[in-house]
Design a protein around this ligand. Sequence first.
Ligand code: G
Ligand code: G
Ligand code: MN
Ligand code: NA
Length: 254
Amino acid sequence: MALEQGLHRALQRDEFVLHFQPQVDLRSGRIVGMEALVRWQSPELGLVPPMQFIPVAEESNLINAIGQWVLNKACATLRGWLDAGVPVVPIAVNVAASQFSDQEMDELVRSTLERHRVAPELLELELTESLSMVDPEASIALMHRLKATGIGMSIDDFGTGYSNLSYLKRFPVDKLKIDQSFTRGLTSNPEDRSIVTAVIRMAHSLGLRAIAEGVETDGQLRLLAAEGCDEIQGYYFSRPVPEQAMLAMLERGM
Ligand code: G
Ligand code: G
Ligand code: MN
Ligand code: NA
């Protein structure tokens, strides 16, 4: 449990940082959003990726405190950029399942936006299909309250969870994020291509935008464009980068 203690201290000592990965509109080629991805800048361990500490944080109930930190930091970053006259785009923040079982999540979102005087349109929450499965009705009610705050919502890693379509049609979300496992096989695996095509079609017929994650090659990009995918995110355009590098991309407009 050394890691757990380390995470406690990390919160106290403010050792977490956010990196940002741009999301690009396929038609215009412009940055239209960014995903915030947390890292732990540990004095002892160096830069620890979330894969190594998010599971521990989930087991030890620290995930809610970290999630609050991330939400607050994302809004504080937006406020800083707004004050500096930077042309900002919305920030998407990942939400862990246990954060979503907190029925006051909408109040937390509202108060965090207000504290930093950030418009709700500049915040998006990335939810997973699975997080609503413990208590679907309560989760859908919470999603509607979140929607009423004016923020955006997307389904992350779409296609890898329960993909319960009878719930999906009731989720008040704006966007489906096609999981990178499907993107990876796009140019080599006909099944992956069929799935990606079907998800884009389904998203559009439900009135949602589709974004492909994990785009690394020109071939993947071209297929996605041909299938009418709206946005891409991935190393092809940019890896997740520190705040200063994201700021530079925003100022260039791409
Ligand atoms: O770039 P990457 O190594 O950043 O992220 C690895 C995993 O960690 C992804 O599944 C991502 O969703 C998750 N992750 C990154 N940042 C956060 C966060 O702020 N909260 C939660 N719950 N998960 C995150
Ligand atoms: O689960 P979630 O989608 O939130 O996490 C995104 C994860 O995917 C992060 O770990 C991020 O660093 C990683 N990632 C983003 N773009 C790419 C990419 O093009 N290729 C690969 N292999 N990973 C990516
Ligand atoms: Mn995500
Ligand atoms: Na994802």
